[in-house]
Design a protein. Structure first.
Length: 92
C-alpha cells in the first residue's frame, strides 16, 4: 500500500521520465543550426538519459519510503502482541 509521500514521489518520478523523454525527442528533431556547442541529437540524448536517471531516483526513493512505512507498521503490530503477552504473564 502506497502512502502519501511515496505516491507523490512516484508521480513526480513518472512525470519526470515522461516529460524528459518527450522533450528529448523534440530537441532531437530541432534545426541543427540553432545550436552552437552541441548538436540537437546530443542535447536530446542528454535530456533523455538525465530524465530517466532523475525519475528512477524519485521512484526508488518512493519505494524506500513505502518499505520503511511497512516495516514501521509491522513493528507496531509486533509491539502490541508482545505487550499483550507481557500483560497475560503478569496476570497469571
Amino acid at each position: 500500500m502506497k502512502h502519501g509521500i511515496a505516491k507523490l514521489l512516484s508521480v513526480i518520478g513518472s512525470v519526470t521520465i515522461g516529460a524528459g523523454v518527450l522533450v528529448g525527442l523534440i530537441i532531437c528533431f530541432q534545426d541543427p543550426y540553432d545550436y552552437v556547442l552541441f548538436s540537437p541529437v546530443t542535447l536530446g540524448v542528454m535530456t533523455f538519459v538525465s530524465s530517466i536517471i532523475s525519475g528512477a531516483l524519485f521512484l526508488g526513493l518512493a519505494e524506500v519510503i513505502d518499505l520503511l512505512e511497512d516495516i514501521r507498521s509491522d513493528a507496531q503490530k509486533t509491539g502490541n502482541i508482545l505487550e499483550r503477552m507481557d500483560n497475560r504473564q503478569r496476570e497469571s
